[in-house]
Design a protein around this ligand. Structure first.
Ligand SMILES: Cc1cc2nc3c(=O)[nH]c(=O)nc-3n(C[C@H](O)[C@H](O)[C@H](O)COP(=O)(O)O)c2cc1C
Length: 298
């Protein structure tokens, strides 16, 4: 079988498939389905300084070609993650690279959380989730303003000694301008894309399916959008891109590699099949062989 081990920003991964942030928690539940060592890396749930209880239920709804979610950054807070979640992963999966996903309401919170995550031995990368509302800018997502993205990236990069990936929101007009801002701020790479804002209404109740109203769309429906954005950014920037958005099988992953991704993350596919990440990692070599392709090592 073809080997698909890669090096991403200097870190070796046994394959290019990661579990996406928010769909694998901190690994505990996923580990009941398979040995997490089958993953290239695991991205933890975006973590904030204080614990967050999240939005009222229902927080997820299935759509015709994907999922809507408004989980609301539910997480136990950085103290619990440092004290319990990361040590549990380090003890049980000492060789599994962890991606520490950071969220915050202002730049100081991002920097503080990123520093603490980066200090954990098993955290190989920091992933900055810039889809969060910026309290200093009327709640507009950090990731919609190039100036803010550049400053936030720069501040996190200066604060940590591990490669910093910036995870872009697709809810913008010009994704290239945002990607360039992250590059200018010193990002080691990009993760593309987070969910797209969406909504569904239940005919029976005439109310949105999600208690919150709107939510982020993930799954199959967003794959072509992720493909287009990765391609656009890859054309103009020489930075590694981790592709995410509707990767349901090995073929989707290889298509994303052809658009410019060096690795992929899998989120919603896990809802339909808890083994999705493993199966996708196993399918990739077969798809590559079928089309006489190779996955870039760097
Ligand atoms: C229930 C749920 C929770 C998520 N939570 C986060 C999160 O905390 N941080 C983040 O950066 N992305 C989060 N995401 C977005 C995913 O990581 C991913 O970018 C998105 O779902 C697109 O990939 P997919 O189509 O494979 O699901 C979440 C997605 C879902 C479905």
């Amino acid at each position: 079988m073809l080997q698909t081990g890669i090096k991403l920003a200097g870190v070796s991964l046994r394959n290019p498939v990661m579990a996406a942030s928010g769909t694998a928690g901190y690994g505990e539940e996923m580990s009941q389905h398979f040995d997490l060592n089958a993953l290239g890396a695991l991205v933890i749930k975006s973590t904030t300084r204080a614990p967050r209880t999240g939005n009222p239920w229902p927080t997820t709804a299935q759509t015709s070609a994907g999922w809507l979610n408004a989980v609301g950054l539910k997480n136990p807070g950085i103290d619990v993650v440092i004290r319990e979640k990361l040590p549990w992963l380090a003890t049980n999966y000492p060789n599994l690279p962890i991606v520490g996903s950071v969220a915050g309401a202002d730049i100081a919170e991002y920097v503080d959380v990123a520093k603490q995550l980066a200090s954990a031995v098993n955290v190989a990368f920091i992933e900055v989730n810039i889809s969060c509302p910026n309290v200093a800018n009327e709640g507009m997502a950090f990731g919609t303003d190039p100036q803010t993205v550049r400053e936030l990236t720069q501040r996190v990069v200066q604060a940590v000694a591990k490669p910093v990936f910036v995870k872009l929101t697709p809810n913008v007009t010009d994704i290239v301008a945002i990607a360039q801002a992250a590059a200018a701020g010193g990002a080691a790479g990009l993760v593309m894309i987070n969910t797209l804002m969406g909504m569904e209404i239940d005919l029976a109740t005439q109310k949105p399916h999600l208690a919150y109203g709107t939510g982020g769309l993930s799954g199959q429906a967003i794959h072509p959008l992720a493909m287009r954005m990765i391609h656009q950014v890859h054309e103009v920037l020489d930075l590694p891109i981790v592709g995410v958005g509707g990767v349901m099988n090995g073929k989707d992953a290889v298509e994303m590699m052809l658009a410019g991704a060096s690795a992929v993350q899998v989120g919603a596919a896990t809802f339909g099949d808890p083994l999705a990440c493993v199966k996708i990692a196993e399918e990739i070599p077969t798809v590559l062989a079928q089309y006489q392709l190779t996955w870039p090592k760097n």
